[in-house]
Design a protein around this ligand. Structure first.
Ligand code: ATP
Length: 137
């Protein structure tokens, strides 16, 4: 499959990195198929991260993800899910490789600049969470 889903998280948006992150994504060969500036509530963040409901950081994650605007995108490229996770780097920016988006822009393990889907199935679910058919190409 050739699509993935990403969010520029509240820290990176607040820090003014939306343009630079989007440029890195396009320079890496991804094309933007849908794009939206929006803000989650703690309830909608909870739905988005429902798979993490049992994790100890779930409540903090929902509070953080609803703390400011986010930019949601559907991206297309061959091998999109895997290649995008390589581009963003490890979840904890301290472990992320040089040159990855998280290494460059993330503040911390929680405020880690971007989200990237972890499977083709989740990419489709997460894209549909934000975008109707009319809102994507
Ligand atoms: P994402 O799903 O955002 O792409 P990921 O798949 O790399 O990230 P997950 O393990 O799915 O990481 O965790 C989801 C998000 O929860 C992380 O991106 C991070 O913001 C936050 N998170 C993960 N682990 C912790 C933790 N131990 N403490 C606080 N926040 C965490």
């Amino acid at each position: 499959n050739n699509r993935t889903f990403t969010m520029i998280k509240p820290d990176a948006f607040k820090d003014g990195h939306t343009g630079a992150i989007t440029k890195m994504i396009e320079d890496a060969g991804f094309s933007i198929k849908a794009m939206k500036l929006t803000q989650l509530t703690s309830e909608t963040a909870g739905e988005f991260y429902a798979v993490h409901r049992e994790r100890p950081f779930y409540n903090d994650l929902c509070a953080y993800m609803s703390s400011g605007p986010i930019v949601a995108m559907i991206l297309e490229k061959d091998n999109a899910v895997e290649d995008f996770r390589k581009l963003i780097g490890a979840t904890n920016p301290a472990d992320a490789a040089e040159g990855t988006i998280r290494k460059i822009f993330a503040r911390s393990l929680e405020s880690n600049a971007v989200h990237g889907s972890d499977s083709d199935e989740n990419a489709a679910i997460e894209g549909s969470f934000y975008f109707s058919d009319l809102e994507k190409i």
